[in-house]
Design a protein around this ligand. Structure first.
Ligand SMILES: [Fe+2]
Length: 315
C-alpha cells in the first residue's frame, strides 16, 4: 500500500517517495492518511479509455488531453484502463509504439498517478495473427506502471483507493469477460481489514460494477453482455458492506454516467478516445473527468478537451 499524504503544497515530494516504493517491488507501508477535514476538498482527474494508437493524428489528441488535465492542477491522476488499443489480441512488438505514445502522455501529467488495467492493456493474451500467446499478458502493463501487481491499494486525500483487475481472459469469441477472481476477492478482504470503517473508499475498475447503460440505450429489460460488466459485481460490492464505499470509478463503456445506489456513487467516466476516435459516443464527447470530494460529497465534472475526430468513417 502506498500513502499519498496529499496537500496542494506537499504532494510532489510525497509522490517522489511513494513512486520509489512501487518501483522497488511493492506495498510495504501501512501509513494512514488523516481523513480530509470537511472544509477541505480533494480534487483529482479520472480519465479512461484512451485507446492510444498512432493513426488519425491521435497522438495530437493525447497532447491536447494532457494539456487540459495539467490545466486542472489536480492533486492526483487516476486512470481507468484501456490505455492502449488492441493489446489483448496483438503481438507485443505490434503494440510497442502505442505504449510509447501513451507513456509520453502519462509522463507529462502532474503529481501522483495510478491506473487500473483494461482489457486492451493485456498484451498478446490471444494474438489473432497466430503468434504465440504470452504466458504473462499483464507483464508489460506492470512494467510500464512500475507496479508489482495489477490490483492494489493506496492512500490519497484521506481516502483509501482500491484498484481492481476485473479482466478474465476466456477461450471465446469475446476473448474476455469481467470477473474478479477468488484470489483477488481474498486480497480485498484482507486489505479492508486495515481500513477504518469510516474512511472513505474510492474503488477503481475498468469494467463497471454497476451501470444503467444497456437499460438506457436498449430498453429497461436489456441484459449487459459478460464482456461489458463485472459479472460477480454483487460478490465484490458485498465485501465493502461494512465500509464507507463513497465512490466507484469505472470505464469501458465510453459514456459519461453517474448513478447513486444507497450511499455509493458510481461513475462511468466517458473516454479520452470518445467513440474509439470517431467522435462522440452516445452523446459523450472525447473527454475526461474531474472529481472533487468534499465533506463526504462527490462532485463530478466531465471535461471535453476539444478534439475534432479525424478517423475516416470506413476505418
Ligand atoms: Fe475496455
Amino acid at each position: 500500500m502506498t500513502a499519498w499524504n496529499i496537500s496542494r503544497r506537499g504532494f510532489l515530494g510525497t509522490m517522489a517517495a511513494a513512486g520509489a516504493a512501487w518501483s522497488l517491488g511493492g506495498p510495504r507501508r501501512r501509513a494512514w492518511a488523516a481523513p480530509v477535514p470537511s472544509r477541505e476538498s480533494f480534487r483529482f482527474v479520472f480519465f479512461t479509455d484512451v485507446h492510444t494508437r498512432l493513426e488519425w493524428e491521435t497522438p495530437r489528441a493525447l497532447d491536447m488531453a494532457a494539456a487540459a488535465m495539467r490545466a486542472q492542477a489536480p492533486d492526483l491522476v487516476v486512470a481507468g484502463g484501456d490505455l492502449i488499443t488492441d493489446g489483448l489480441d496483438s503481438a507485443a512488438e505490434q503494440v510497442a509504439p502505442r505504449w510509447d505514445a501513451f507513456m509520453e502522455m502519462w509522463n507529462s501529467l502532474p503529481g501522483p498517478r495510478e491506473s487500473a488495467i483494461g482489457n486492451h492493456d493485456l498484451v498478446a493474451a490471444r494474438p489473432k495473427d497466430g503468434s504465440p500467446a504470452s504466458s504473462d499478458p499483464r507483464a508489460i502493463f506492470r512494467g510500464k506502471m512500475g507496479v508489482p501487481r495489477t490490483y492494489r491499494s493506496f492512500e490519497a486525500g484521506g481516502c483509501h483507493f482500491v484498484l481492481l483487475d476485473g479482466i478474465q481472459v476466456t477461450d471465446t469469441e469475446r476473448n474476455c469477460r469481467g470477473f474478479i477472481e477468488p484470489e483477488q476477492l481474498d486480497w480485498v478482504r484482507a486489505d479492508l481489514e486495515g481500513v477504518d470503517p469510516s474512511t472513505p473508499i474510492v474503488l477503481v475498475t475498468h469494467m463497471p460494477l454497476l451501470t444503467a447503460f444497456y437499460q438506457a440505450v436498449e430498453g429497461a429489460t436489456a441484459p449487459a453482455p459478460d464482456n461489458r460488466v463485472i459479472v460477480n459485481n454483487r460478490e465484490v460490492l458485498e465485501l465493502f458492506g461494512k465500509h464507507n464505499l463513497l465512490l466507484v470509478l469505472q470505464g469501458h463503456l465510453h459514456v459519461d454516467e453517474m448513478i447513486r445506489w444507497r450511499r455509493t456513487t458510481f461513475i462511468t467516466g466517458g473516454a479520452v478516445s470518445g467513440a474509439w476516435w470517431r467522435g462522440p459516443r452516445r452523446g459523450t464527447d472525447a473527454g475526461f473527468g474531474v472529481v472533487t470530494l468534499k465533506g463526504g460529497r462527490v462532485e463530478w465534472e466531465y471535461v471535453h478537451y476539444g478534439w475534432t475526430p479525424r478517423r475516416p468513417p470506413d476505418a
